[in-house]
Design a binder for this molecule. Structure first.
Ligand code: MN
Ligand code: MN
Length: 339
């Protein structure tokens, strides 16, 4: 039932913060000016170049090489041996996106299945739950991305259940990560779908504590700009009467925990902001507000999430995914180029 409520919510009362909302929307509309996108000198490069790249941030050697050649003096130290080739230990060229073979009915992927995850390839495995949908990797033992609606229908008075536990729904042959795998690792058990985004019932909230929705996140990220953005999103819903479609994901390799859980090096989120509580894909226009961030999973971060704003195009470049693939191509192109 809940899966559909995000698409068919009640008609909203005008929120008192509507003027503020309009001002913010106007700001976003201005920012959508293609001139800005075209003058972003890093538009064709992955988001890590905006702070600091490591070899573990790249999909393949070709991408690392592109970054090496884009800057004078190798500021990201990708070619330490100085032979002109960046990150030579990486795969030469990452494989392209798989063909789409599985079409989920879940509203949580109504705007598209970013990695075309299905039920066959364990490295790109689709997990559908009432509360959210995940792309999951048996190789990494973590999610790849999560997608979920956030509107008033999902919020309520349920208490935080805190019942972190293995996800018994994983198919045979998948390792079921446990809460203890993170104990002493130096990383938080980071939620992708936040606990506070699923508060209508204890059951909904509990679903966010399945370890398939959890990844190793630095304390500084989890309790810093990442949490600030999560709270900003809920404010849009609570105070401005918006409903959101959220896609969050992780990529790259910072290190691997002893039990084979990959610690990602980057964390991203794309949010589509709807003025209505019962939005449809057809409501999305080139002027629809979006937020896209890509942050390092590091120990030193700016507390402001706005520092990590980027374009959806650049997240697609870094991950190899096609985000918002259900949105008509021309609208998608405009939304995604925007910074
Ligand atoms: Mn968190
Ligand atoms: Mn796209």
């Amino acid at each position: 039932m809940h899966i559909l409520t995000g698409l068919r919510g009640r008609a909203g009362k005008k929120a008192s913060g509507q003027l503020v909302g309009l001002a913010i929307a106007a700001g976003w509309a201005l920012a959508s000016c293609t001139l800005l996108a075209e003058t972003d000198p890093n538009a064709g490069l992955p988001p890590c170049v905006d702070d600091a790249c490591n070899c573990g941030d790249f999909r393949d050697q070709a991408q690392a090489q592109q970054v090496l050649e884009a800057f004078w003096g190798d500021p990201h130290q990708l070619d330490r041996d100085g032979n002109g080739a960046a990150c030579e230990r990486l795969l030469a060229l990452a494989p392209p996106l798989e063909a789409e073979t599985y079409f989920s009915n879940s509203a949580h992927v109504a705007l598209g299945n970013p990695s075309r995850a299905a039920k066959v390839n364990p490295a790109n495995y689709l997990i559908e739950k009432e509360q959210y949908v995940l792309g999951y990797s048996r190789d990494r033992n973590t999610l790849l991305w999560a997608s979920w609606w956030l509107g008033p229908d999902w919020l309520g008075a349920s208490r935080r259940q805190d019942d972190f536990r293995p996800d018994g729904s994983l198919p045979a042959g998948f390792y079921q990560a446990t809460p203890n795998d993170y104990t002493g690792s130096g990383y938080d058990r980071g939620h992708m779908v936040p606990s506070a985004d699923r508060k209508l019932s204890d059951r909904d909230n509990s679903a966010t504590f399945l370890m398939t929705n959890v990844f190793p996140q630095t304390r500084e990220n989890n309790r810093g700009p990442w949490r600030e953005l999560e709270e900003y999103c809920r404010d849009l819903v609570y105070q401005q009467g918006k409903s959101l479609y959220v896609i969050g994901g992780i990529y790259g390799q910072r290190e691997t925990l002893p039990n084979g859980i990959t610690v990602p090096s980057r964390i991203w989120k794309v949010i589509v902001v709807f003025d209505r509580l019962d939005p449809a894909v057809a409501d999305i226009t080139p002027r629809t507000a979006t937020i896209a961030v890509d942050m390092p999973n590091s120990r030193q971060l700016d507390d402001r999430w706005q520092t990590y704003l980027t374009s959806i195009d650049r997240i697609e470049l870094a991950t190899g995914y096609d985000l918002l693939s259900a949105v008509p191509e021309s609208v998608q192109a405009e939304l995604e180029a925007r910074h």
